[in-house]
Design a protein around this ligand. Structure first.
Ligand code: MG
Length: 392
C-alpha cells in the first residue's frame, strides 16, 4: 500500500445495527423500492423531497434568518447533524442511511424563530394539548405532508419514525401506538436514533460557538473560560502564531468536534463491548443509552452548553429578537384561533375538520400546524398582513 493510501472504512453492518430485513415496516404496506436503493434510503429521499424540508432553509436556528446570510439555519444545522452522525455510523457499523434520514428529519416540526417560537406556541396551546416540536416532526411525516395518492404523510419506516420522536410526554406517548410504547416501557430506541440525538448536540454546541463569535456576541477571550475551547485554542495558537482570527476559529472548532466525536466512538465501542447486544431488540430492551460520551467529555460538553446558554442564547441582542418573535407567534395564534375565516382555504378546512372531530382542541391544533409550518419570513409577513392596515 502506498504511504498516502486511505484506510478503507468498514462497511459491514454490525449485528446490533438496524437491518432492513428485520424492519418493523411502514404503516401502509408498500412494495419494496426498485433495485438501486433500500428502504431507509427511500425514507431519506422522501424527507429530502418534502415541503417541510425545503422550508428549513428559512427557519431560525439561533439567529433569525434575515439577520445575516452566514449563520446556521435549521437546514444547514440538519445537514451538519447528518454529517457528524454518518461519520460515526461508519466507525461503529451502524446503518448510515437510516441515521441520515433521522437526522435530516429531526427538526421538520420546528416552528419559525427557533426555541422562542416553540415556547410561544406551546404557551398558546397550553389548554389545547400543548405543542412539542419532536412530536410535531412526527406529525409532519405521518400526517401533514401531502404528496402521495394512497396515504397521508411520507409513510416512513418504523425505525425512522422511532428516531424522529426523540422525546415525548407520557400523556402523548399513550396516543401514539408503536412509536409511543418505548416511553411508557422506559426502553431505549435503536443505536441509530441514539446517535442522531447526540450528533444534534455536538452540531449545535460547536456551530453556536462559531456563530456566536461571528455575530460578535462573545469573544475568543471569553470562550477561553470553556475548557474544551481553551485546550484547542492553546494548541492552534502555539502551532500557528499570528494566524488570522477566521482561520483560528475554524481550526479550534474542527478540533473540538474531532475530540468529542472520537470520544463518542471510543466510549460507545466500550459500552457495546460490555453490553454485547445481539440485535436491535436487545438495544431497545436495555435500560440505558449505549451511545454517549465519557464522563470527562460529557462534563466539558455541559460546560460549553452552559456558556452558550448564558452568553449567546441570553445575549440581549438575541433576547430582543426572540421577544419580538414570540409576540409574532402569539398574535398570529390569537387572530386565527379567534376567527378561522382569516386562515387560507386549506387550513380553514383543516380547522373545521379537526374541530368537528376533536372539538375546540382540534381547531387549535390546525392553527398550530399552520403556524409551525411557517418560515421566519412568512410568519413576519403574515403578521404584518393581519396587524398592519397598510399591508394588503
Ligand atoms: Mg436539532
Amino acid at each position: 500500500m502506498p504511504p498516502h493510501a486511505f484506510t478503507p472504512r468498514p462497511v459491514e453492518l454490525a449485528p446490533y445495527a438496524c437491518h432492513e430485513s428485520r424492519s418493523r415496516g411502514r404503516r401502509h404496506p408498500e412494495p419494496p423500492p426498485a433495485g438501486h436503493r433500500g428502504e431507509y434510503q427511500r425514507d431519506r429521499d422522501r424527507i429530502v423531497h418534502s415541503t417541510a424540508f425545503r422550508r428549513l432553509v428559512y427557519k431560525t436556528q439561533v439567529f433569525v434568518n434575515h439577520e445575516g446570510d452566514l449563520y446556521r439555519t435549521r437546514l444547514t444545522h440538519s445537514l451538519e447533524v447528518a454529517q457528524i452522525a454518518r461519520s460515526v455510523c461508519g466507525a461503529l457499523g451502524l446503518n448510515e442511511s437510516l441515521c441520515e434520514a433521522i437526522c435530516l428529519a429531526h427538526d421538520l416540526g420546528h416552528t419559525p424563530f427557533g426555541h422562542a417560537g416553540q415556547d410561544a406556541l406551546n404557551e398558546c396551546m397550553r389548554d389545547y394539548g400543548g405543542f412539542e416540536h419532536n412530536l410535531q416532526s412526527l406529525r409532519v411525516v405521518d400526517e401533514l405532508e401531502e404528496r402521495y395518492a394512497e396515504f397521508a404523510g411520507l409513510n416512513l419506516t418504523f425505525e425512522c419514525r422511532e428516531g424522529i420522536l426523540k422525546h415525548c410526554s407520557l400523556k402523548n406517548a399513550a396516543t401514539l401506538g408503536d412509536v409511543g410504547e418505548r416511553f411508557i416501557r422506559r426502553q431505549q430506541p435503536s443505536l441509530e436514533a441514539q446517535l442522531a440525538n447526540v450528533a444534534d448536540e455536538i452540531a449545535y454546541n460547536n456551530h453556536d460557538v462559531d456563530d456566536g463569535l461571528r455575530a460578535g456576541l462573545v469573544t475568543t477571550k471569553e470562550l477561553r473560560t470553556v475548557a474544551l475551547f481553551a485546550r484547542h485554542h492553546d494548541v492552534v495558537e502555539a502551532r500557528y502564531p499570528g494566524i488570522s482570527e477566521r482561520r483560528l476559529i475554524h481550526e479550534v472548532v474542527r478540533r473540538m468536534i474531532n475530540e468529542v466525536v472520537n470520544d463518542l466512538i471510543d466510549t460507545t465501542r466500550g459500552r457495546l463491548a460490555a453490553a454485547l447486544p445481539t440485535d436491535v431488540e436487545a438495544v431497545r430492551a436495555g435500560g440505558a443509552a449505549l451511545v454517549g460520551f465519557s464522563d470527562r467529555i460529557a462534563a466539558d460538553h455541559l460546560e460549553a452548553k452552559r456558556f452558550l446558554r448564558e452568553r449567546v442564547y441570553r445575549h440581549f441582542r438575541v433576547v430582543r429578537m426572540t421577544t419580538k418573535a414570540q409576540r409574532v407567534v402569539r398574535e398570529l395564534f390569537n387572530s386565527y384561533f379567534g376567527d378561522i375565516r382569516l386562515l387560507p382555504d386549506e387550513h380553514r378546512e383543516a380547522a373545521r375538520r379537526l374541530e368537528e372531530r376533536d372539538g375546540i382542541d382540534g381547531r387549535a391544533r390546525a392553527v398550530a400546524d399552520y403556524i409551525a409550518g411557517m418560515t421566519d419570513r412568512y410568519a413576519i409577513l403574515e403578521h404584518s398582513r393581519l396587524y398592519d392596515p397598510r399591508v394588503p
